[in-house]
Design a protein around this ligand. Sequence first.
Ligand code: HEC
Length: 146
Amino acid sequence: MNIKLTGIFLASFILLFNALYAQNNKQPIRQTTTGTSIARGKVVYTNVCLPCHMADAGGVQNMNPPLIKTTYVLGNKTTLIKIVLRGFNEDVEINGQTYSNTMGAHDDLTDRQIADVLTYVRHSFGNKASTIKATEVAKVRAIYKK
Ligand code: HEC
């Protein structure tokens, strides 16, 4: 084989390889959006929420409520996002128990982190609810920005 032919052969090989590589790279990203959000959210949960709400989300009796199938966790997204952003300080009855402790604001977390942690919670501990996006958190943050 002369040098010219070898060059053409190499060039086509590189083009083919790039095309295959690009195709392989596209698909997983699209398919695992919720999956990666859940994985990142688990890290946020472990670092930020776990000390109060516990690893199994069962909470601590009469102190910190559970995050298992509560109306807040499964319900309205705006209300849920607001709880994390602004904190929560009301007398509430959750699953038959009264809670009046204070949960502080977590507005130091990014929109992405709040979306991830809530998506994680809404897909774990027996909860089944929709994903929460960073853009949805940004909207709620904008409403309550002073
Ligand atoms: C310092 C302890 C503490 C931390 C940290 C904390 N919470 Fe809470 N959380 C509470 C308490 C206490 C309440 C109940 C407040 C009340 O009675 O008004 C609560 C209430 C809630 C509620 C509504 C009630 C329910 O059980 O459904 C949600 C949802 C929630 N927290 C999610 C989170 C998430 C997500 C994080 C992490 C980003 C987090 N919390 C971090 C203590 C905490």
